[in-house]
Design a protein around this ligand. Structure first.
Ligand code: M6R
Length: 612
């Protein structure tokens, strides 16, 4: 949801900002803008469209300076337009503000400001911030940081902000509450960014701003304060991600690169956590004692989107291996539902970004009711990781494609390891079983590599179905979350309407949709539910539908029942989710490419949803 990038140093700020915004474009891409300070004057350019449109504008109307801020927008208040693009200014046009988040009381503030004579040029919530700062600066003796802190005290809602002011030519003031913002510390220059990948090329040293903190960044110094003006200790963290991991590395799209990175991502996620000699699992920052694990009487997975699907898959194995009643809740529902939880409930929040507003809200709600909260998260130091009692990081590296792929499969791997650990602690899984489970998990990366060999076949199948307007995805048991995930992948990047269903539910309604134009993807893996799934396939065939089966290698029978078959290597049913989703990721990808869709930045979406 919107990307912010800022630069202060000795060099020209603009190339850094434009490059940074390109890296953040996955967060929002309906309009963009920049502001710089030079010779104590503020320069500002902005327009509707992508960063490429902004670049064209800047060629016609260049601006420069060693200090600047930029923004790429995902509209919340006001449609995408030149006027609603950031940065926003005050009446005197001396202040530039870029914002990510939502100011909930903006209408009230706007009314008051208008009554006091302020003129507005946009319909955004953000613009009130510029005018509030303007009023504070009009009070004699107030400098920018004090004006900002006073203005921020009047805001309800969430924000990450970067602010320039013509009256203070050597300063960027940034602040956050609820929306992410980091400060990248390099030699003689400082960067501000909504996310890590955009600054990786320049530095690995970052300061994570906490809620209600302000950073005052000048050419020579970075200082942190709270809203009362007290100095806050600066903590510099080191990012271990490789700068190359934020580049496309020869692939046409980040999504394709990230699909191919899954064997490595899973190896990196599991390798240091498995003790082969004792067949045990260890997590550094889980912060959950064996006694606490034994006392848990209920588990709640909570998440959004793809991460929610990982939770749904987790429910099956948590109940099987750990024998604890388990639920899966959409984070936005959980947080406002008055959930009945207590200190013996383990809430597991799953999130790639660690910044999803609904999931963060669910974590805070669970903590307020004394539940133990751990998160499964891909971004070290992110808000959800910090706000949980314990965290298990997925080591997927930066995921830049809006459609989640490697984050999902690494989440599944972590959930499997967590269940193994908890099952052992509770005496449900014995050593031999643990050994077998570990062996199966460690074989998964190689099996994904084998599976990726059939990429061309998946692309050919996609070619047959790319004209479809609707698609159905069916699965039973652990195939059900994968059916949901396959449908989500297809709809979000190809805009084909797709539904995921438990296969048995088809006959209770969706069967009415089936005809010769309707591809039906069926998770038909060998195992306990195989015969039942074959029955569902027959039902689709009897109504003229086209079945694409995801089947277990070696199953020849399925070829007679499905129009197309994609095989995955055999594995335990508990790990089949990781393998089965990969052809569905590729299927969605190739259909989207064939339809000419913008795979990495699908319309209306943003990578990290930091608003409710
Ligand atoms: O960063 P998170 O995992 O918390 O994000 C949750 C969802 O917004 C995310 O999974 C979304 O559904 C993806 N676009 C799916 O591909």
């Amino acid at each position: 949801m919107c990307g912010i990038f800022g630069y202060i140093g000795k060099r020209d700020a603009l190339p850094f900002i434009v490059e940074g915004l390109k890296k953040l474009e996955y967060r929002g891409y309906d309009s963009a803008g920049v502001a710089t300070l030079k010779d104590a004057r503020l320069f500002l350019q902005k327009c509707q469209g992508k960063i490429a449109d902004l670049e064209r504008l800047l060629l016609r109307k260049p601006i420069d300076g060693n200090i600047g801020i930029g923004h790429t927008r995902w509209a919340t208040h006001g449609k995408p337009s030149d006027e609603n693009s950031h940065p926003h200014s005050d009446c005197s046009e001396k202040i530039a503000v870029v914002h990510n988040g939502i100011i909930e009381n903006y209408l009230h503030l706007r009314r008051e400001l208008a009554e006091r004579g302020h003129r507005f040029s946009s319909v955004t919530d953000t613009e009130v911030i510029a005018h509030l700062i303007e009023e504070e600066l009009n009070i004699k003796g107030t400098d920018l940081e004090h004006a900002v802190s006073r203005a921020l005290k009047k805001l309800h809602g969430s924000f990450a902000l970067a602010i320039l002011y013509e009256g203070e030519k050597d300063k960027i003031v940034v602040a956050r509450r609820g929306s992410p913002l980091i400060v990248g510390v390099a030699e003689n220059e400082t960067f501000v960014s909504s996310d890590i990948p955009a600054i990786l090329k320049y530095t690995s040293r970052v300061i994570y701003l906490k809620d209600n903190e302000i950073a005052i960044i000048t050419q020579d110094d970075i200082s942190l304060k709270n809203l009362d003006g007290d100095t806050v200790k600066k903590e510099i963290s080191f990012i271990s991600w490789d700068p190359e991991s934020a580049e496309k590395g020869g692939y046409t799209h980040f999504m394709l690169k990230e699909i191919h990175e899954q064997p490595k991502a899973i190896r990196d996620t599991i390798k240091d956590r498995i003790k082969l000699d004792s067949c045990q699992v260890h997590f550094d920052e889980l912060n959950l004692t064996e006694e606490e694990i034994r006392n848990i009487n209920r588990v709640v997975f909570t998440a959004c989107g793809t991460s929610w699907h990982a939770g749904l898959a987790g429910e099956y194995i948590m109940e099987k291996f750990v024998n604890i009643p388990t639920e899966v809740e959409y984070a936005a529902e959980f947080r406002y539902r008055n959930p009945i939880i207590d200190e013996n409930t383990l809430v597991i929040a799953i999130t790639q970004s660690g910044e999803t507003a609904d999931t963060l809200g669910a974590v805070l709600e669970a903590k307020s009711q004394n539940a133990k909260v751990i998160s499964i998260c891909n971004v070290v130091g992110s808000s959800i990781a910090r706000d949980s009692h314990g965290v298990i990081y997925t080591c997927a590296g930066p995921e830049i494609g809006v459609a989640s792929t490697k984050a999902f499969t690494t989440q599944l791997a972590v959930i499997y390891l967590l269940c193994l650990h908890m099952g052992q602690v509770r005496g449900i899984i014995n050593r031999n079983e643990a050994e077998e489970m570990i062996k199966e998990l460690m074989a998964i990366p190689q099996k994904i590599e084998d599976l990726l060999q059939s990429e061309d076949e998946v692309a050919q199948i996609a070619e047959k179905y790319f004209h479809a307007n609707n698609a159905l995805f069916l699965g039973r048991g652990k195939g059900f979350p994968i059916a949901l995930e396959g449908a989500l992948k297809l709809k979000e990047i190809s805009y084909i309407h797709a539904e995921g269903y438990p296969a048995a539910e088809m006959k209770h309604g969706p069967i009415a949709l089936i005809d010769k134009n309707m591809p039906v993807v069926v998770l038909a893996l060998l195992g306990r539910r195989y015969e039942k799934i074959l029955g569902n396939i027959e039902e689709v065939n009897a109504r003229g539908g086209n079945v694409i089966a995801i089947a277990t290698k070696g199953d020849n029978e399925i070829k007679e029942k499905a129009q197309d078959v994609i095989y995955i290597p055999p594995t335990s049913s508990d790990l089949s989710t990781i393998l089965a989703v990969i052809p569905l990721q590729l299927f969605a990808y190739y259909i989207a490419v064939k339809r000419g869709c913008h795979v990495d930045q699908p319309r209306n979406l943003a990578k990290s949803v930091t608003v409710e």
